[in-house]
Every structure is written in structure tokens, then in C-alpha cells.
Design a protein around this ligand. Structure first.
Ligand SMILES: *[C@@H]1O[C@H](CO)[C@@H](O)[C@H](O)[C@H]1NC(C)=O
Ligand SMILES: *[C@@H]1O[C@H](CO)[C@@H](O)[C@H](O)[C@H]1NC(C)=O
Ligand SMILES: *[C@@H]1O[C@H](CO)[C@@H](O)[C@H](O)[C@H]1NC(C)=O
Ligand SMILES: *[C@@H]1O[C@H](CO)[C@@H](O)[C@H](O)[C@H]1NC(C)=O
Ligand SMILES: *[C@@H]1O[C@H](CO)[C@@H](O)[C@H](O)[C@H]1NC(C)=O
Ligand SMILES: *[C@@H]1O[C@H](CO)[C@@H](O)[C@H](O)[C@H]1NC(C)=O
Ligand SMILES: *[C@@H]1O[C@H](CO)[C@@H](O)[C@H](O)[C@H]1NC(C)=O
Ligand SMILES: *[C@@H]1O[C@H](CO)[C@@H](O)[C@H](O)[C@H]1NC(C)=O
Ligand SMILES: *[C@@H]1O[C@H](CO)[C@@H](O)[C@H](O)[C@H]1NC(C)=O
Length: 805
């Protein structure tokens, strides 16, 4: 009796096993979508892997929670390339690759295991799909390619990114990203087609103000089995239901919030046990351009007076003005201001004045037709922000100021309060979601002062690793000594870097007698160390950091050694004194040669362009990934007697916190001087800002005059007078010439510095012009990297420097 039951059970088991999903696949496996949707299950059936159908006939090769009510997807292979519900196929080919093909045979997705010994595909109980070779070595894993979800024990590392899906029920890649930024800090960013904007952690504070650190370059975070999340930037949180045995996932939702969910296995629903942002209006870009997010108390989107919804079905597309914004119609007597209480649009400031009157602020907006409105703190003096774009709008009682919206006088608006009829696409999956417990973890306590640009400098830029600092580099320094070996450019050695006393430097500079330069960052004095070395001693202006921070930063800079970077020999940090000791470069800075009375020969111009590119490429790519100069300009390029350039002041951006420079960046859309447009647009600052500045400088080398001056008056044929920067004009002329006839080179003569009188290499000139033009692209993704530039220029190094005719 009992044995027959056992037999029955066994045969049932075998039967069930034959038809139900398996736990692994072997090479040669192939399945048609019509035949089988569920392909693999994990050992305890927590996860299923197979074809996931959505919205009619779109199918995705995915992994989902078997036991959740709506089969919650945790990973997708082809989120942006769904395949057909008929004729699509998953194949584990003989050459080791796993491929998803659509009905017409096109490859929608494949693993990077072509021509490997991958033998077996397996879905682990952790939710990780892996491809292994016969010895068990993992060749590919889904954990390395996350979509919008991180599972417990899935390491989140520097190369990974969670990207939200586009909308409820849509799996396409959306605009919200969760990632490690270049300053080693975990961030949330809205990266949309028109704006990119960071919104978590609190963008009004720097990393340290948010309880993070930028010092740990490991960049790894992990959610453990007990619901504790820990990141190398010191960010940490616990699930409100912390404990083992609960199935969890961390997902960036299509509304831009990052949430931790726990599964209630008895009814298959998810509960939120932590979320990054408490107020949805803190998510940037959630209501689109011009839109305002309002708590009613439910968060809702609305349009300001004078504006209407762009697309009534989609708030992300924001609001459009009911009037035409033209310069002639948008200044002085033709406009008025409408007050929106406790409302602000974050970022995109044209002018920032920390302390000024309402009248000053209004006047600043009135006289600039690019200004769409301004935010002003009503009680007391300022601060004042005028806005070039209205993004990230929100209204909250916490905001101690008002927004004054600029509207044409002619436009009648019925109401001065925003019209509240849009509802935000707020997330938490379905009606069953509840917030369990309380998560007091993150609460963006916002300082209202808008330090945005300042902190860009302080935190994003050049988040210099101090890895070797920790690993005891200084011992190395002590051991090395003696004379410098030949500096061949790419050696990192710093034999004589040291901490000087103020007394020593006082003697060296003969009590700071000989001033040789003065700039934004401080005053430079000439000096002589006892051993005969001539030095330039820079006394820094406002440095607010303590000695430890200074020491850590400066010593990283001191370790950098490249023939095209001005060498730092040491520093002094005593009391309030902060001094840097540099090698003395004899031949003054580039601006004096290039814009001065004496002609700078073509050969030298090219050498300087190439050398500067090498120096920047070294900073960006070779030494420490994240040193961005942030202030590339001829004044910072020093020349030795052979006209070999040496870049000065690198690595200082972080030290200096160029506080009062904020207003410089807020000039019109960053066109000013050598500044890349990103500075004014609240975009993440990357090495591409240096590429932009380098481009301006290279074009100046070609032209022989300053192109970086802001706005000159210029009369365009027959048209009215328009303001146009020299640079824009130059770029326009060159682009037109290149487009007109890419083969023709005759125009080069016309754009070149006339003082050269034909003494130049045409090939080099063309290369420099093309590099310069590419570097000053508005879109930073289109600009080349410094590495690319070095390659291009090296190809035409060693040209004979003869008359070009
Ligand atoms: C596939 O790419 C991952 C990174 O995404 C890498 O770690 C892995 O080594 C690659 N596998 C092969 C076989 O190249
Ligand atoms: C950096 O973070 C990792 C992971 O959290 C940790 O193991 C490591 O000790 C940290 N390093 C330093 C120097 O703090
Ligand atoms: C999370 O829990 C651990 C262990 O109980 C505790 O050490 C840690 O401080 C908690 N973290 C937070 C942010 O509450
Ligand atoms: C899970 O759902 C069941 C049924 O609704 C409920 O009784 C139980 O309390 C829930 N468990 C948790 C941890 O919320
Ligand atoms: C599932 O359980 C949760 C938590 O107790 C509860 O709020 C929810 O209403 C339940 N859903 C269903 C469909 O039973
Ligand atoms: C919003 O309200 C305005 C005026 O009340 C109305 O004209 C418009 O159709 C509404 N839009 C939506 C999406 O409901
Ligand atoms: C804006 O300009 C367009 C064409 O330039 C015109 O058709 C439209 O009527 C104008 N709208 C308003 C509100 O003036
Ligand atoms: C400028 O304003 C006038 C009235 O103030 C209006 O008639 C004209 O259409 C406006 N022009 C544009 C381009 O909007
Ligand atoms: C700020 O406003 C004051 C007048 O209140 C003005 O004197 C000052 O120049 C302004 N600062 C900037 C940086 O524009």
C-alpha cells in the first residue's frame, strides 16, 4: 500500500519534472516562445526565468519572482528590444553564446560568451542567472547587468547602474538612474532628453553634509540577507522589517524614487520597507519642463499661470507657455511678475546673488530676456536666483521664498495659483502596497541656501582618490630620494614632496618679496629653496578646509608627475596659512605669448597644443581617473624655455571651493569664457568640461586672439544687430566652410592668425581646427576625450614647419 503510494508519488514527480521548468540548460538548447514561456526555475522556485509577456505582443527574456502576485520582474535581457510572441527563440549555441532572436531572426540580445567554453546556464536561488564553463567558472551573470532592481547579495559596483523603467507597465529604459558618481558617492539622477539633474542625496549639501564620504574609491554597495544596505560611501539603511528569511528587492521605480520592498508570501504582495525620498516632489524632472509638483497632500503636478500642459496624458512632458518668448517681447515694460508663494524651480540659475534686495533681483530678471522668472527669499535680504529654464518645480511650505514668474503684460491669467488637475504618476505598485513601519533613515534636511555650483566644485569635481595615501605612499616618498631620474612623462614618482614650515617659505621667498602672479586662486611669489631649486610659492586665498583635508588633497597632487604638468614640490599648512610650492617655470604663461606683442611661432603653438593635451589626458585617464582641472585657460599653461607647456593649478578645484565664483558660472548658459555649458545647466561635471575649455584654447592658438570674451557687438549682413560671442562666430564660420567642401583647405588661411604670414603647417592647422571645433560641442557626449585628441595630434606631429604655400 505505502509502496504503491510512493511509486505513484515518484511517477508524479517524474512527470511533473519533465514538463515543468528545469534548473539548468546545456549547450545546444533551443526553445521556441510558443512552446514554453517558463524556461528555468531556481532550486527553491523563488525565481523563474523565461519569456515575460507585456502589453499584447511584447515579450522579454526575464527573471521574475515566482511567488509574487504580479510576477515582479527583477531582470530583463532585452528591455528596449521586445520580441514577438510568435517565432522568437532562445538558443544556447554551440559556440557558447546564449542568444535571443526575434521572429525575423534578428538578435535582440546575446551574452558576451561567444567562443568560450560556456557549457551550462543555471538560475541560482539568489536570482542570478549564470553561464558556467565545465570547471564551474562563471563567464557571464545577470547580476553584472541589472535593469532596475538589485537583489540581496548582488554587489552593486562602480560599473553598474539601475535605470528606472519608463512608466507604469512599461519596461523601456526611463530617465531615472541610480549609480556611483565619479566622486564615489551613490546618487540618484534624472537623466532626461533635455535635462540631467541630481536629486539624491540632498543636492543642497555636499557629500559630507549628507553623511557620505568621497574617500573610498572601492565603490561597492550591497544589500544583505537581513535587509541591511551598506555602501562604501558610508551610506547605510536597514529595512523597517529587518531580519532574515524575507524576500526583498531594491528597485528604482518609474517615478524616480528608490524603494526597498519585502514580499508577503502569504498573499504575494509587496510592502515598502524603505524609500530614498520621502517627498515625491524632491524627485527632479518628475513634472517635466515648467511643471510644478505640489503636495495636496498627495503629490500632484500642475502648470503655473500662463502655462498649459504639453501633453494631457503625460506629465513628464511638462507645460508650455501660452505666449511666445521672444527677446523683443520679454523685457522691461512688456512684462509683469506673478508671485507663486513657496514655490521654487531648482537649478538653471542665470544670476545668483546671496544678499540683495527684491528690486535688484527683479531688475536683473527684467533686463535679461533669457530670464523666465526669479526665486527670492522674502524675509530680509536675498538670496536671489534668476532662472534661465524652469525645471524641477515644486511647492512646499519649507521653502522660505517665492517664485516670481515673468509673464507678458498682454496675457490675462485667471488665477495666480497653479491649476491642480494633473495627478503624478506616483508609483508603489498597485493598490496593495503599504509602507511598513517607519523609515527614519533618510530625511533630506535641506539647507535652503543654494550652494549648487559651489558644491559641484567641492564634491563632484576631481574627487581625488586618496587610496595610496591610505596605503602608505608616504613611506615610499621617504625611502626614495636623491636626484630626479629623467622625467619621461609617465612615471609617478615624487621623491621630494614635503611639508614646509611657514618660516622656511618665508626665507625661500625673502619674505614674499617678489610677486610673479596673481589670480583667482591666490598670489604667486618667486622663491629659492636652499638646495638651488627655484620655486613658485602660491599663497591660497580662501581655503576653508582643515589641515587633514588639505594634507590629503595636496599630497595626491604632489604625487602626480608628468612633463606637461607643473610639478608640486610641497606645501605648507600652518594656522590659517595655506601655501603650495611649485617648480618654477621660466617662460611665463601662454596668454602672454599668444596675445602679447611678440609672435608665437606655429611650431611652438602646435607643440603647446599637443603637450597640453598630453597633460590633460594624463590627468583624466592615466593617473587618477578623476582629476578634472576645471580651469583650463592660457593663464594656466606655463611655458618652459623650449616652449614645452606645463599645466598649472590642476587638482585645486576641490581645495579652493571657489565660493564667490558662483556668479561667474551663472552668466548666460556658460558661454562665458572657457566654461563649458554644463556649468550653468546644473549638469554633472565631467572631464568633458576640460575638453571644452581646451577646445576654446586651441581655437585661440589658431586664431591668435581671444575668442573667449563674452559677447561682442557684431553686424550680420543686412540683419539687425545681434550679440554674438567671438567664439560662436568663429565656430560658425569654420563649420560652414567644412560643410561646404570637406576637401577644400583654402579657407584655413583665412581663419588663421594673419601674423603667421603663411609660416605654418596646413595639415597641423587643419587638425587643430577640427579638434577645437569638436571640443566645443554643446553636447558633452559629442566632445572627444583627451586621449582621442592626443592620438589625432600625434598623427601630424613632426610635420615640416615650412611655408604652407
Ligand atoms: C562579459 O562581460 C562582463 C562584464 O559585463 C565581464 O566581467 C566578463 O568577464 C565578460 N565575459 C567574457 C567571457 O568576456
Ligand atoms: C571601502 O569600502 C569597502 C566596502 O564598504 C570597505 O570594505 C573598505 O574597508 C573601505 N575602505 C576604506 C579605506 O575605508
Ligand atoms: C542597522 O542595523 C545595524 C545592526 O542592528 C546597526 O548597527 C545599524 O546602525 C543600523 N543602521 C541604521 C541606519 O539604523
Ligand atoms: C501577509 O498577508 C497576510 C494576509 O493578508 C496577513 O495576514 C499578514 O499579516 C501579512 N504579513 C505581513 C508580514 O504583513
Ligand atoms: C496582502 O497583505 C497585506 C499586508 O497585510 C495587506 O495589506 C493586503 O491587503 C493583502 N492583500 C490581499 C489581496 O489580500
Ligand atoms: C485641467 O483643468 C483645466 C481648467 O480647469 C481644463 O481646461 C483642462 O482640460 C484640465 N486638464 C486635465 C488633464 O484634466
Ligand atoms: C506665437 O508665434 C506663432 C508664430 O510665430 C503664432 O502663430 C502664434 O499665434 C503666436 N502665439 C501667441 C500667443 O502670440
Ligand atoms: C509681441 O507683443 C505684441 C503685443 O504686446 C503682440 O501683438 C505680438 O504678437 C507679440 N509678438 C510675438 C512674437 O509674440
Ligand atoms: C548683489 O546685489 C547688490 C545690490 O544689492 C549688488 O551691489 C551686487 O553687485 C550684486 N552682486 C552680484 C554678484 O551681482
Amino acid at each position: 500500500m505505502s509502496s504503491s503510494i510512493l511509486l505513484l508519488a515518484m511517477s508524479l514527480f517524474i512527470f511533473a519534472h519533465a514538463t515543468s521548468p528545469r534548473s539548468f540548460l546545456r549547450r545546444g538548447f533551443s526553445v521556441l516562445i510558443e512552446d514554453e514561456l517558463e524556461i528555468l526555475v531556481s532550486p527553491k522556485k523563488t525565481f523563474t526565468c523565461g519569456f515575460y509577456g507585456s502589453g499584447g505582443n511584447a515579450y522579454y527574456f526575464s527573471i521574475w519572482f515566482t511567488g509574487s502576485r504580479d510576477r515582479t520582474v527583477v531582470w530583463m535581457a532585452n528591455r528596449d528590444k521586445p520580441v514577438n510572441g510568435k517565432g522568437s527563440r532562445l538558443t544556447f549555441r554551440g559556440n557558447g553564446v546564449v542568444v535571443l532572436t526575434d521572429v525575423d531572426g534578428t538578435v535582440a540580445w546575446e551574452t558576451n560568451t561567444t567562443s568560450t567554453s560556456a557549457r551550462k546556464a543555471e538560475l541560482l536561488e539568489s536570482g542570478n542567472l549564470i553561464l558556467k564553463d565545465p570547471s564551474g567558472h562563471v563567464l557571464w551573470q545577470s547580476f553584472d547587468n541589472p535593469t532596475d532592481t538589485l537583489l540581496p547579495n548582488q554587489p552593486f559596483t562602480k560599473s553598474l547602474k539601475l535605470i528606472s523603467s519608463f512608466g507604469r507597465g512599461s519596461y523601456y529604459s526611463g530617465y531615472f538612474n541610480f549609480y556611483f558618481d565619479s566622486d564615489n558617492v551613490l546618487k540618484l539622477m534624472h537623466d532626461g532628453p533635455v535635462i540631467s539633474s541630481l536629486y539624491w542625496p540632498n543636492p543642497d549639501s555636499d557629500a559630507f553634509g549628507n553623511g557620505r564620504t568621497t574617500y573610498n574609491s572601492t565603490r561597492i554597495a550591497v544589500l544583505d540577507d537581513s535587509g541591511m544596505f551598506m555602501s562604501s560611501d558610508r551610506f547605510q539603511f536597514n529595512a523597517s522589517d529587518r531580519g532574515h528569511g524575507i524576500k526583498r528587492r531594491l528597485t528604482i521605480n518609474h517615478d524616480g524614487n528608490l524603494r526597498l520592498y519585502s514580499l508577503n508570501e502569504s498573499n504575494g504582495t509587496w510592502a515598502v520597507t524603505w524609500e530614498a525620498l520621502k517627498g515625491m516632489c524632491k524627485v527632479h524632472g518628475v513634472c517635466g519642463r515648467n511643471g510644478i509638483c505640489v503636495y495636496t497632500p498627495e503629490p500632484k503636478c500642475s502648470c503655473p499661470p500662463g502655462y498649459q500642459m504639453n501633453d494631457p496624458t503625460n506629465w513628464n512632458s511638462g507645460c508650455k507657455p501660452k505666449f511666445n518668448v521672444t527677446c523683443s517681447n520679454f523685457t522691461s515694460d512688456k512684462v509683469r511678475f506673478v508671485e507663486l508663494p513657496q514655490t521654487d524651480y531648482y537649478g538653471f540659475d542665470l544670476v545668483y546673488n546671496s544678499s540683495t534686495s527684491y528690486e535688484w533681483c527683479q531688475e536683473a530678471c527684467l533686463t535679461d530676456c533669457n530670464c523666465l522668472g526669479f526665486a527670492y527669499r522674502t524675509n530680509g535680504l536675498g538670496p536671489c536666483f534668476t532662472k534661465s529654464s524652469l525645471f524641477n518645480g515644486y511647492k512646499t511650505p519649507d521653502f522660505p521664498g517665492n517664485l516670481y514668474l515673468k509673464l507678458p503684460v498682454s496675457l490675462q491669467v485667471s488665477s495666480v495659483t497653479p491649476i491642480l488637475n494633473g495627478s503624478l504618476p506616483i508609483c508603489p505598485l498597485g493598490e496593495n502596497t503599504v509602507l511598513v513601519g517607519s523609515s527614519s533613515m533618510y530625511d533630506g534636511i535641506g539647507k535652503r541656501i543654494r550652494w549648487a555650483y559651489l558644491y559641484w566644485f567641492a564634491s563632484v569635481i576631481g574627487a581625488v582618490e586618496i587610496l595610496f595615501f591610505m596605503s602608505g605612499w608616504w613611506i615610499l616618498f621617504r625611502k626614495q630620494g636623491g636626484p630626479d631620474p629623467l622625467e619621461d612623462g609617465y612615471q609617478a614618482l615624487s621623491s621630494q614632496f614635503k611639508k614646509f614650515s611657514h618660516g622656511e617659505l618665508k626665507i625661500a621667498t625673502r619674505n614674499f618679496r617678489e610677486e610673479i602672479g596673481r589670480g583667482g586662486s591666490g598670489t604667486v611669489y618667486k622663491g629659492n629653496l636652499g638646495d638651488g631649486r627655484e620655486v613658485a610659492v602660491k599663497r591660497l586665498g580662501d581655503v576653508h578646509h582643515g589641515e587633514d583635508f588639505f594634507w590629503a588633497e595636496v599630497s595626491t597632487i604632489g604625487k602626480i608627475n608628468h612633463m606637461n604638468l607643473a610639478r608640486m614640490w610641497g606645501f605648507c599648512a600652518e594656522g590659517r596659512n595655506r601655501l603650495l610650492v611649485y617648480e618654477f617655470v621660466k617662460n611665463q604663461s601662454l596668454d602672454r605669448h599668444l596675445f602679447g606683442p611678440n609672435l608665437l611661432r606655429w611650431k611652438d603653438r602646435f607643440r603647446i597644443s599637443l603637450g597640453t593635451a598630453k597633460g590633460l589626458a594624463y590627468l583624466h585617464h592615466e593617473c587618477l581617473e578623476w582629476i578634472i582641472h576645471c580651469d583650463v585657460k592660457p593663464e594656466n599653461i606655463l611655458l618652459d624655455p623650449d616652449f614645452e607647456p606645463k599645466i598649472a593649478d590642476f587638482g585645486l578645484a576641490k581645495l579652493l571651493q571657489r565660493g564667490n565664483a558662483t556668479s561667474d558660472f551663472s552668466m548666460i548658459r556658460g558661454t562665458k569664457g572657457y566654461m563649458a555649458p554644463e556649468w550653468a545647466l546644473n549638469l554633472p561635471i565631467t572631464a568633458k568640461v576640460d575638453v571644452f575649455s581646451y577646445g576654446v584654447m586651441v581655437l585661440e592658438m589658431v586664431r591668435g586672439i581671444r575668442l573667449s570674451n563674452w559677447a561682442i557687438m557684431d553686424v550680420v549682413e543686412g540683419e539687425e544687430e545681434v550679440e554674438e560671442a567671438q567664439l560662436t562666430k568663429f565656430v560658425r564660420v569654420v563649420r560652414r566652410n567644412i560643410q561646404f567642401d570637406p576637401e577644400d583647405n583654402t579657407w584655413i588661411e583665412k581663419v588663421l592668425d594673419p601674423r603667421l604670414r603663411g609660416q605654418y603647417s596646413k595639415r597641423q592647422a587643419r587638425a587643430l581646427v577640427e579638434v577645437g571645433i569638436a571640443c566645443v560641442e554643446e553636447d558633452r557626449t559629442k566632445r572627444p576625450t583627451m586621449d582621442n585628441i592626443v592620438d589625432v595630434l600625434l598623427k601630424c606631429d613632426n610635420e615640416p614647419n615650412v611655408p604652407a604655400r
